[in-house]
Structure formats: structure tokens, C-alpha cells
Design a protein around this ligand. Sequence first.
Ligand code: PLP
Length: 305
Amino acid sequence: MEKKNIDWGNLGFAYMETDKRFVSNFKGGAWDEGALISDANVTMSECACVLQYAQTCFEGLKAYTTEDGHIVTFRPDLNAERMEASAKRLEMPVFPKERFIDAVVQVVAANEAYVPPFGSGATLYLRPYMYGKNAVIGVKPADEFEFRVFCTPVGPYFKGGVKPLTIRVSDFDRAAPNGTGHIKAGLNYAMSLYAIMSAHREGFDENMYLDPKTRTKVEETGGANFLFVTKDNKVVTPKSGSILPSITRRSLVHVAKEYLGLEVEEREVFFDEVKDFAECGLCGTAAVISPVGKIVDHEIGRAHV
Ligand SMILES: *Cc1c(COP(=O)(O)O)cnc(C)c1O
């Protein structure tokens, strides 16, 4: 397979249109069989539910070329399961797991020329998503939906490679205690845009969100979970009903326990403990594992890892 003429080593985390995407529509109570299509644009009503009331959820996963030249994706079954949970919480129909995995495989195969070669540092990022498509003006769910998977080759999410991140404790909240923080809803990101831009304007890479109710416990960043390591080599990761259950984090916890024989604690993590940890990192499909160098609490540097 002839690869596209792309400078793989210098890709950023950005969208590039690729050849094919998978689309299936839900209408009259059922999903159609779906197809790979070439059109990268979407046409819909100006009053589409997604445009008015943000009825949309998404997933993110990557395909990699292995050393022996195979292309693999990482645990797409878990993305399918998580999207099922997101869809249910947002009153959207579930796209069946087997079909979700099949769609991912079809999109990777149809865009093989865009899958970065082994060792390039780049990967093929896959974005499955679903949204309410028909016109809705009174507040209610759509009854027609589109499920789509597109892909784009990407480089690192954080510029500058593996460089410790500087993050700040955010004054804004990400997710309410009984809200939608545990699902991958577009709306969670809409309300984080101001927080991330103001963090960047003030020179920080990311926000650390605390639990909105007590503002004493660590939740996560806008798009990655936290992992900490204690001075006696225990792995600690925050547990909360409003954290998005990262597949990367769950996989790393498994590796830590089962392969490395490390003790792992999934529990509430108080911000006051953070200064006592030996290491801190962010993890997620986009973030990979990114080390945190510094955490700033309102300029006084209360915590410092
Ligand atoms: C997607 C996401 C993550 C990372 O999850 P992965 O499954 O590891 O990619 C973490 N936090 C938030 C808020 C997310 O949306």
C-alpha cells in the first residue's frame, strides 16, 4: 500500500481530511446499514437538535502500525461500550457494539494510506460520534441521528514532545456531581473552552479541575485523567462519579497491577495530598502519558510535584 506523502514526524494534533468515513443514519426507529462515503461535509437543518441543544457525544481512539507492519487499534470494544453509556444518558439510540467495531475497522482499512508508519511518532486518530440531526425547537431529543467515524493522522497532543506540563488549579468547574462528567458529551467540552483558553493565556498547559461540591478533591483535566505515584511507589488515581472513565487510565492501572506488580489505589484524592506525591502524569488517548512538572494553585504554588 502506497502511503500518502505526509511529513509524519512533524504532524501536530490537527484535522486533515482523509479519503473515507463511515456514516449510518437512524430514522424511523432503526439504524440503516451505513456506508463508507467520500464527502467530508455534513448537511442538515438549521434547527438540528445538535445545533440548538448540543445533543452529541463522541469517542476517540487510535490505530497504530506495529513493528512487523500490521495495523492495530487499541481496545475499540471499550470505546463502543462507553459510547453506549453516553448515548443512553443523552437520550440517543445505541449504535451496536459489533457494528461500532466494524465501522472502525472499515474506516482504518479504507484510509490505510494515512496510517502513519511504525516509529514515526504519529498515529491515526479515529473519531466516532453521534448527534441529533432533525429539527427540534421545543426542548426534546431528536428522533433522527447520524453516527459517523472519520479519521485523521495526528502527532503529539502537547507540543514539544515529552516535556513536563505546567497546570493550574481551575476556578471553573468541569462537571456537576450528578451531571454528565462521566460520559463523553460534546457539552462537557463546550463549557471547558473558556477555561482552557484562559489557562493558555496565563501560560498554563492545562487545568486541574477539583470536585465542584467541596473543591478539595482532584478530578481530572479537560481531556485526560490523573495518575500519581507515591514516594513508596504506589500508583494512585482519583475516583469520582464525575470523572470520564479513561480507557488509557484503566489500561495503565491493569498494567501496573498485573504486569508490574505495583499496588494501585483508586480512591478520592485530596488536593492537599498532591504535594506529597513523587510523580504526577496525565493520561488519555490524545494525551498519551504526559508528565506534569508543576501544579499552580492561584499563583502561590501550594502544590508542586
Ligand atoms: C476522552 C477523555 C479522557 C481520556 O479517555 P481515553 O479513553 O483514555 O482516551 C479523559 N478525560 C476526558 C474528560 C475525556 O473526554
